[in-house]
Ligand binder design. Structure first.
Ligand code: PHE
Length: 334
């Protein structure tokens, strides 16, 4: 040892060097072996004790090599362990998994009955021509109904879709009958407050076939909303107006915070408005080239963010998009 200690100096000794030294001291050409050979030249009476002395020396040398190499092995191992600062066998303490956004939870839940009822999921453009977003849906130019929705206008005839109903016009013009489609997607309106976001999600539904009527509409909406709220909810159909449906209704869900008693959240009405619906206007069918004397249709469009707001008792819709991760995680939805 360097400092008088018994531990090998890792910088100087390697296994190869040690083996070389061992062979030099105990191997065939070592002085030890020479001495053993020369035993036959010494007198009988001295040979026994001389042989014993040489063998004693030999095993002493071998033992010290053994303990040296064992020490060496331990030192190498300790050096390696000390250089490994991470213990990969420890369990992870900070598994920073994300959580599902409440709107996506609602979206996922409400798609289940549509799959069961055999609807096709259809996509549509978020930037669309004025024609598909308004004109084909009987929302004519200069019609006051255009003011119902604060449109983001792009270049010339192009708009950010204000509702997923643009998929209705695309489907009726471009697809074969019968139609049984559902369209989830993002829509845009120039408004921003506690109950309105400039970009939000809708779920649109359209059925066009022979003999389709209000009963189908009512049943489909029941199925959808019970799934979207993950519990049976009480509904109210309120007579209303949309240019693309006749008759039209707005759909209210009983306020999930006061259950109809009236509270701040529902502005003391006991109800929460979540979307519109109706029987497809014959004018819309005809403008999309469908014979309205043979076919009829139903349609509805609901705000998914509104449903999430009510289902999870979120007071301000804006908190869904302001990026406060701990708020979103408080729903614990994985
Ligand atoms: N598009 C309407 C809206 O965004 C909702 C609606 C869809 C109404 C389909 C009737 C039929 O408010």
């Amino acid at each position: 040892g360097k400092n008088g200690s018994n531990s090998p100096d890792l910088n100087i000794f390697s296994n190869e060097i040690m083996e070389e030294i061992r062979i030099r001291f105990t191997g065939k050409k070592s002085p030890l072996q020479e001495w053993l050979k020369s035993l036959r030249n010494i007198p009988n009476e001295e040979r026994k004790s001389a042989g014993a002395k040489i063998n004693e020396l030999k095993s002493e040398i071998e033992n010290s090599f053994k303990s040296f190499s064992e020490n060496y092995r331990i030192q190498v191992e300790n050096k390696k362990l000390n250089s490994e600062t991470d213990d990969i066998t420890l369990p992870l303490t900070q598994l920073n998994l994300g959580s599902r956004h409440p709107v996506m939870t609602v979206m996922r839940d409400l798609m289940v009955p549509f799959q069961r009822m055999g609807f096709s999921v259809v996509d549509g453009p978020e930037m669309d021509n004025d024609f598909f977003n308004f004109e084909a849906l009987n929302v004519l130019k200069d019609h006051p109904a255009r003011e119902m929705q604060d449109t983001f206008f792009l270049a010339s005839e192009w708009v950010l879709r204000t509702h997923t109903s643009n998929v209705q016009s695309h489907a009726m013009k471009e697809r074969k009958l019968p139609l049984k489609i559902v369209c989830p997607g993002c829509v845009y309106r120039n408004e921003f407050d506690m109950t309105h976001l400039p970009a939000f999600r809708q779920i649109e539904c359209l059925v066009v076939d022979k003999g389709i009527h209000m009963g189908h509409l009512r049943h489909t909406i029941n199925e959808l909303l019970n799934a979207a709220f993950a519990r049976p909810v009480k509904l109210r159909f309120r007579s209303s107006y949309f240019p693309f449906t006749e008759p039209s209704a707005e759909v209210d869900v009983e306020c999930q915070q006061c259950f109809g008693k009236g509270c701040r959240s529902c502005k003391h009405t006991g109800w929460s408005e979540i979307g519109g619906c109706g029987v497809v206007n014959k004018k819309v069918l005809e403008s999309c080239g469908i014979d309205s004397s043979v076919y009829s249709g139903i349609a509805f469009g609901f705000g998914v963010d509104r449903i999430a707001k009510d289902r999870f008792a979120i007071s301000d819709l804006r908190s869904l998009i302001d990026g406060n991760v701990s708020f979103l995680k408080s729903f614990g939805l994985v």
